[in-house]
Design a protein around this ligand. Sequence first.
Ligand code: AP5
Length: 231
Amino acid sequence: MVVILLGPPGVGKGTQAVRLAEELSAAHVSTGDLLRAARREGTDLGRKAQGFMDRGELVPDGLILDLVREHLSSFDVGTPVLFDGFPRTEDQATGLDELLDEMGRSVDLVVLFEADDEVLVKRLSGRRSCPEDGSVYNVYFNPPETEGVCDRCGTDLVHRKDDNAETVARRLQVYQDETAPLIAFYGEHDAPLERIEADREVDDVFADFRRTVSTGSAGDRAPRERAEGRG
Ligand code: AP5
């Protein structure tokens, strides 16, 4: 099973992916998390990615595809995979198809999470993350028990550098310009695409997400909403 979580910054892709990956024992492949890890470790990739990420621009496709290829080789070929924040351009989507093809796999389902920009801006301004274990909180919607401290491991939470107002505005624009065209791309390439209204409680979004993935990956995809004509 290969599922792509598509949607703008702050819509909740990471929140939902972590939960479902745990439930399904699936690999959660977040290129954003992989890039932040590379930055923390001070690798060559981390240094190359830094400026793009801080400006809210996309990291070049070649670097991303190399990163994903290397990461996929680290687990068994049949492992269910949830891609979060990848692909983000048509070249990445084509590269992913080629990569999966080499492995005898293909994209089973694309899930598009949607919410209005004002919701996204509020979520991103309130997000706090644990640099140690990756837990995500929100000062408005999901605060930690002790302010500024991770419930799970006690590490001080951080406000992501790219969650400032100026960079968030840029990221939303980059999403519209470079990633939203993937909605039509997957429609044209006949990959099933399902939409989920993400401006609801986390548990309600998750219930829809789980149902959508279990239906989509079981081969019985009705009712299916095609992107064609709706993107
Ligand atoms: P990345 O880390 O992927 O960021 P993003 O796509 O902008 O997504 P976010 O992590 O901001 O949001 P999310 O949808 O995961 O929301 P979350 O669950 O955290 O990428 C960062 C940068 O890396 C990019 O700008 C780019 O430079 C680079 N990059 C990464 N991948 C790349 C690629 N493939 N190609 C090129 N460059 C790439 O939730 C957000 C907040 O809302 C949290 O506080 C959460 O608690 C809260 N929340 C979630 N759901 C709900 C809900 N239902 N109700 C209330 N609050 C909620």
